[in-house]
Every structure is written in structure tokens, then in C-alpha cells.
Ligand binder design. Structure first.
Ligand code: SDX
Length: 430
């Protein structure tokens, strides 16, 4: 806490309020407005929280101007090159990289919590076969609170930790089960002899009739995508998890709320929307028309995968994923014309003043779908992939929130624009 203050003055009322400044280890300082209304009678107004810090956090740092992303201080570029998703999940949850013993214990615990309750299979059978996997995932994760009564006491740190482990461990199993149900294949049980991502791919694609030849390139590519999607400070879905968590709701309900928020096309649903947009554009020669349409406010069309609330520079994750695209497609000997459309679209947008002036760059969702497609992940499951990875961030923030003495129930105020007081009129007199 700094001892610096800023003064708010209102000449009309001779108001002068000294407001404390709050500074962190990195990033812009903030004005603590906790006492603003009591001292001045004013609220602040900030739809979409464009300039509002909702909490202190030490999990992830983003510098939007410089395109910097740190998980617990480690640059995303280094973690992408040298770490694994499960090690990043440990780092996000615990604040430090594990040593070999710690990682082995963590991996063993995750591996032995991957099974889902058999009753959940009946749950899935209640859905129509073509239900969107995000609907099935959201409902299934919310239902976990009905199966795990031993991790519902939010005051018990060990129950909170175990719930976090269960969520990281079971998300891939349940995600794969929604896919298998939707294509009418038998659900595959998690194989404990496989590592986290390979185990997921096995549950997704292994069929009883023949052994699965899993490409190590596919597992490595998906592991990298999971690292890049693991956390992103106070994004919409993480803020949702924190808001639900601030009421004392159980972690399964919190993460289910996060999944629901992630589903939106303005957020995690963008990766699915990007692929549909690229398919609609169809050919590089149609890119100019798409760019013009995205600039026309009346079209209601936006370039999905472009723009970001925080990054006003390249999203560092997009840069890594773009490089990955070429390598993964080459390694898998896949050629995808949509990659050519994406690259043409990126070049056209980055040369257009509308996008340059608004600092609209490709974000994490712009290229990821091309890799998911090359890995034979169906488009409807792209946001499910995002949810599997982001579970590591959601539980890290949820645990942090429960250890934060400043945590209070989240309850924003409003600017009321409705009717002023008026008397009821009997129906016969209206
Ligand atoms: C994610 O927050 C996170 O960290 C999210 C995320 C994470 O890891 O958790 O990074 C993941 O959600 C990435 C974003 C995925 N969404 C999309 O790709 C959808 C397309 N992009 C947008 O809808 C938009 O850019 C947002 C939602 C990402 C950001 O919206 P903002 O910050 O509220 O910006 P805005 O809507 O106010 O736009 C500012 C201007 C507007 O024009 P003007 O009113 O100034 O004339 O830019 C325009 C917008 O019309 N604009 C776009 C555009 N995005 C913004 N115009 C065309 N195409 C776009 N994609």
C-alpha cells in the first residue's frame, strides 16, 4: 500500500477528497475508491470495467501496450518453450514451479482423480445427441457438487485444494465424454499410464476396435495450446468465477459459471466463431470484402479473433500460435486452405487504418482453431478445449480469492435511469 493520494475536487460544492493510491509490483497504480461514496456522495461509473481493478492478484500479469504475459512472473514465451500444461497448472495454483518430487506428487494426485462418477454417464444420456458440448460440459461440472460432498466446506483449505485438483483432473474426462456421447461412441476411461494431454486425446479418439496411433506432435501441440490458454488475469470468465466465489458458492458451481461466461463469442467462443468466419470467407480473394464488412457498424459483423480489451499490441499468445500453425500442419502433413485465408485476412486488417487506429490485432483465438482442426478436434469442441486449459487459471484465482482477507461479496452499484416514484393506478383507470 503506498502513502500516495490523489485529490478529487468539485468546485461547485467545494468538495475535496484525498483518495489513497494502491500500487502493485508491476502495472498501473489504482485509486482506492472504497470510501468514495461515503466521503463524497459519488459513485464511479465504468461499464465493462474498462479502468477498474476488482482485486489484487499475484497469479498473472498482462501489459497490453507491450504485449507481455507473465504467469507468476514467468514470461509466457519461456513457459511455452520449456514447460508443460500440468507444470503450469501447478505453478498457477501454488505460485512457484515444482521441484521433481513436488511435480511427481502433483501428477500422481491429478492422475488418480481423473475418473468421473458412473452416474454422470446417465446425465449425458439426458441430452439430445447433438447438444452443444459446452452445454453438456457446463451442466456436468455444475453437477459435480452433487457427487463430491467431501469438498464443499469452503472454510477448509484442504477441501478447497482437493476440489481444485478434482476439477483439473476431471475436466478432460468429462469433455471427452461429451464428445463421445455426441458421436455415439462408447465413453473411454482415463488411462493412468498416459500423461495428461495424451490421456485426453486417447479418451477423445480411441475406438474399441483398434489401437490408437497417437502422434506425439498432436500431444505436444495441444499441450502448448493448453499452456497458452491456462490463465489471463481478470478476464470475463475468471471474473465470473471470482464473483460467484465471493458468495461462498462451491467450486464446481463457480467453474460451471466460468464455463458459461467463456462460451460467449466475444470471449472463449471466439475460436469456434473464427473457424466459421474463415470458412464463410472461403478464399483469400474474399478477404477484402470481409474487412470492409467488419468496418461497417451496421453490418453487426466483427472479425472474430481480432481485438482485445487489454492487448493494444500483438497478443503474445497469437504470435506463438501463428508460428505453431505452420509447424503443426507441416509435421502432421496437413494443408488447410483456411490458414491461407487467415494469413491474408491478418495482413489485410493490419494494413487497414480502421484496425490500426483501434489497435485491433489478432488475439489468442485467431489461429488456435486451425490447429485444433488439424488435430481433428471438431469445431464445436474448440471452446471446450479453452475451458479445459482455463480450469487451471479459474481454480488458481478461486483459491487465491479464498486466501485474500480483502475478499468481500461482489455487489456493484448502478446509475438508476428508471421511473421516479409514482402511485399505483387501478387497471380500470389505466
Ligand atoms: C478472449 O479478456 C481476456 O483476457 C480474454 C482472453 C482470455 O484469454 O481470457 O484473451 C480471451 O476472449 C479473446 C477475445 C476473443 N473475442 C473475439 O475475438 C471477438 C472479436 N473481438 C471483439 O468483439 C472485441 O475486440 C473484444 C470483445 C475482444 C474487446 O472488446 P472491447 O475492448 O470492449 O472493445 P470495443 O468492443 O469497445 O471495440 C473498440 C472499437 C469499436 O469501434 P468504435 O466504437 O471505436 O468505432 O473497436 C471495434 C469496435 O467496433 N472492434 C472491432 C473488433 N473488435 C473491436 N471491429 C471489428 N472487428 C473486431 N473484432
Amino acid at each position: 500500500m503506498s502513502d500516495k493520494t490523489v485529490t478529487l475536487t468539485d468546485p461547485a460544492t467545494q468538495l475535496s477528497a484525498a483518495l489513497p493510491v494502491v500500487a502493485g509490483s508491476l502495472g498501473d497504480p489504482a485509486i482506492d475508491i472504497g470510501k468514495l461514496n461515503k466521503e463524497t456522495g459519488y459513485f464511479t461509473f465504468d461499464p465493462g470495467f474498462m479502468a477498474t481493478a476488482a482485486t489484487r492478484s499475484s497469479v498473472t500479469f498482462i501489459d497490453g501496450e507491450k504485449g507481455v504475459l507473465l504467469y507468476r512472473g514467468y514470461p509466457i514465451e519461456q513457459l511455452a518453450k520449456q514447460s508443460s500444461f500440468l507444470e503450469v497448472a501447478y505453478l498457477l495454483m501454488n505460485g512457484e514451479l515444482p521441484d521433481a518430487t513436488q511435480f511427481s506428487a502433483f501428477e500422481h494426485e491429478i492422475t488418480h482423480h481423473t475418473m468421473m462418477h458412473e452416474a454422470l454417464k446417465n446425465f449425458l444420456h439426458g441430452f439430445h445427441y447433438d447438444a452443444h458440448p459446452m452445454a453438456m460440459l457446463c451442466a456436468s461440472i455444475a453437477s459435480l457438487s452433487a457427487f463430491y460432498h467431501d469438498t464443499l466446506d469452503m472454510n477448509d483449505p484442504e477441501q478447497r485444494r482437493l476440489a481444485a485438483i478434482r476439477l483439473i483432473a476431471k475436466m478432460p474426462t468429462i469433455a471427452a465424454a461429451t464428445y463421445r456421447y455426441s458421436i455415439g461412441w462408447p465413453i473411454r476411461y482415463p488411462r493412468n499410464n498416459l500423461e495428461y494431454v495424451t490421456r485426453f486425446l486417447h479418451m477423445m479418439f480411441e475406438v474399441p476396435s483398434e489401437p490408437l496411433n497417437l502422434s506425439p506432435v498432436a500431444a505436444k501441440a495441444l499441450d502448448l495450446l493448453f499452456i497458452l490458454h491456462a490463465d489471463h488475469e481478470q478476464n470475463a470468465s475468471t471474473s465470473t468465477v471470482r464473483l460467484v466465489g465471493s458468495t461462498g458458492a462451491n467450486p464446481y458451481a463457480c467453474v460451471a459459471a466460468g464455463i458459461a461466461a467463456l462460451w460467449g463469442p466475444a470471449h472463449g467462443g471466439a475460436n469456434e466463431a473464427v473457424l466459421k468466419m474463415l470458412a464463410e470467407i472461403g478464399d483469400a480473394k474474399n478477404v477484402g470484402k470481409a474487412v470492409e464488412k467488419a468496418k461497417d457498424k451496421n453490418s453487426g459483423f466483427r472479425l472474430m479473433g481480432f481485438g482485445h480489451r487489454v492487448y493494444k499490441n500483438f497478443d503474445p499468445r497469437a504470435t506463438i500460435i501463428r508460428e505453431m500453425c505452420h509447424k503443426v500442419l507441416a509435421d502432421l502433413n496437413v494443408s488447410d486452405p483456411l490458414l491461407d485465408v487467415a494469413m491474408e485476412l491478418e495482413q489485410a486488417a493490419l494494413k487497414d487504418s480502421y484496425f490500426v487506429e483501434r489497435k485491433l490485432y489478432p488475439n489468442v483465438d485467431f489461429y488456435s482453431g486451425i490447429i485444433y482442426k488439424a488435430l481433428k478436434i471438431p469445431t464445436e469442441l474448440f471452446t471446450v478445449m479453452f475451458a479445459i486449459a482455463r480450469t487451471a487459471g479459474w481454480v488458481a484465482h478461486w483459491l487465491e480469492q479464498h486466501n485474500d482477507p480483502e475478499t468481500k461479496i461482489g455487489r456493484p452499484r448502478q446509475i438508476y435511469t428508471g421511473a421516479t416514484p409514482r402511485d399505483y393506478v387501478a387497471i380500470g383507470k389505466r
